[in-house]
Design a protein around this ligand. Structure first.
Ligand code: ADP
Length: 483
């Protein structure tokens, strides 16, 4: 059993300063029915630090029998969890939020160690947003009848949740919080390269005294994810990951009782109009594509610049790219951390090669890279054609493709011309243009004069091959209820 937290009362006073103590165990079992249990598979795999290639921990690899055990625990817990008063459920969710705040520093360090992202981002974005997500949904948990007035609703039952490696704790929060607030129980699987913060969350859930089986966290690879998707006693699948796996899941659940929310890939276009405040726009573009090494489904990976300001934008972008610090994720001055895995680095390198082969012109920050670990310099391409791979396909890395445009009609048709429709950005000083452009963009989220801004109250999700359904806000709660 994990040690009891000092903060297990319903106390909502400010969290004490975290000690910064980081506790990573050598070996992690599966979190099922409120306990860590050995996998029936008998198998474990290593999770490494992508900045040093050192092994951080050995983690259980759940097989079908393990998934079955977790689903049975979630099913057993489902009735009592649904019967609990909404107020009681809300208290548990508040408690999780509070404990995340208390342990924020530890979560941030582990997130950066396991995933490679800069500590500034884990500390200022991932961890606080994860806590906020629990706070937000806890607020709704006992007020659902006001959220959905005059409608009868009930939780689905057991939710199977599969998350990616780019925002491991935050994605776990996006999944677990709304499921709990609506009275569902959960079997969640983190990605194989970043299991540690989800396992820390399992310890925290133990400390929060959540009834056993309400949240089960099992680790494994794609086969474990497939076993969750195919398990007969799961009512709802929530998946965030690649469009390829999203399509496999859609096929697998077609014709079954299972409902699904799928949050998949993207190829977001940022549009800089000639009347934009250029310095502000350049900052936004840099944040949009290089934040989290571009491992972001809504990364602003395409940029359209109106011809009259193109030279100025390009010069300022190059200057800004030069100043980005690439290196140790735990250094708080780092802007660009490690690429999450060797495989992902190969994928990115393949796209960079394809860009060059297609005749695009590459520009990179020319810094030195550490000798160990997986690294990619922030990169931009100009002279790209609309049909090229680096414009059409999701790279999931720090690679920006820049095109120019003359008219609004032209840029809208190009911006909408990819298989994706997750997000977009508009940069202009004219309010009317914001409405005009954003209403024509085929994207679930359009940011104006800002980028990558998230709030638990805002729904997030895409059109076309970017997915089905919305997460966040009331839409995110609705996705876990049958009406
Ligand atoms: P990426 O390609 O960016 O690694 P994936 O979509 O492969 O993203 O992975 C996202 C999550 O989906 C991970 O937790 C992974 O283990 C899981 N996964 C991979 N393959 C499958 C599958 N066939 N069915 C269900 N989940 C899967």
């Amino acid at each position: 059993m994990a040690k009891k937290s000092k903060h297990t009362s319903w106390d909502l006073s400010p969290a004490p300063e975290s000690t910064g103590h980081v506790d990573i165990k050598k070996k992690y079992d599966l979190f099922i029915d409120g306990k860590f249990v050995k996998p029936k598979s008998g198998k474990y795999f290593n999770t490494i630090n992508p900045a040093s290639e050192q092994v951080l921990s050995s983690v259980a690899h759940a097989n079908e029998a393990d998934v079955d055990r977790a689903v049975k625990a979630a099913r057993k817990a489902s009735g009592p969890w649904q019967k609990l008063s909404r107020k009681e459920r809300a208290k548990y969710i508040y408690r999780i939020a509070r404990l995340i705040q208390e342990r924020a520093k530890e979560f941030a360090v582990i997130e950066s160690l396991d995933g490679g992202k800069p500590i500034r981002e884990s500390r200022d974005v991932d961890v606080p947003l994860a806590a906020n997500h629990f706070f937000y949904t806890a607020g709704w948990a006992d007020k659902l009848e006001y959220a959905f007035p005059n409608r009868k609703f009930a939780p689905y039952g057991v939710a199977g949740q599969i998350i990616p490696w780019n925002f491991p704790l935050l994605m776990a929060a996006w999944k677990i919080a709304p499921a709990l607030a609506t009275g569902n129980t959960v079997v969640l699987k983190p990605a194989e390269t970043t299991p540690l913060t989800a396992l820390k969350l399992a310890e925290l859930i133990q400390d929060a005294d959540l009834p056993p089986g309400v949240v089960n966290i099992i680790t494994g690879e794609g086969d474990t994810g497939a076993a969750i998707v195919n398990h007969k006693d799961i009512d709802k699948i929530a998946f965030t990951g690649s469009t390829g796996v999203g399509k496999i899941i859609r096929k697998a659940i077609a014709g079954t009782k299972k409902k699904a929310t799928l949050e998949l890939g993207g190829k977001a276009a940022n549009i800089i109009c000639e009347d934009a405040t250029i310095d502000q726009a350049v900052e936004g573009i840099v944040n949009g594509i290089y934040f989290n090494q571009g491992h972001v489904c809504c990364a602003g990976s395409r940029l359209f610049v109106q011809e009259s300001v193109y030279d100025e934008v390009l010069e300022k972008l190059k200057f800004r790219i030069e100043s980005l610090v690439v290196g140790d994720p735990l250094d708080k001055n780092t802007d660009i951390g490690a690429i999450n895995s060797k495989e992902q680095l190969h994928t990115i390198e393949k796209y960079i090669k394809a860009g060059k082969a297609e005749g695009a012109i590459m520009y990179q920050n020319n810094c030195d890279l550490p000798s160990k670990g997986f690294w990619c310099r922030p990169t931009l391409f100009t002279n790209v054609s609309q049909s090229s791979k680096i414009v059409q396909e999701e790279i999931f890395g720090p690679v920006l493709a820049i095109q120019t445009f003359r008219t609004i009609a032209e840029v809208i048709s190009k911006a909408n011309n990819t298989p994706y429709g997750l997000s977009a950005g508009v940069w202009t000083d004219k309010g009317s243009k914001i409405f005009n452009l954003s209403s024509q963009m085929n994207a679930g989220v359009v940011w104006a004069n800002t980028y990558n801004k998230f709030d638990p109250a805002s729904p997030f999700g895409g059109y076309k091959e970017s997915g089905i359904g919305r997460e966040g806000g009331l839409h995110g709660l609705q996705a876990y209820l049958k009406f």
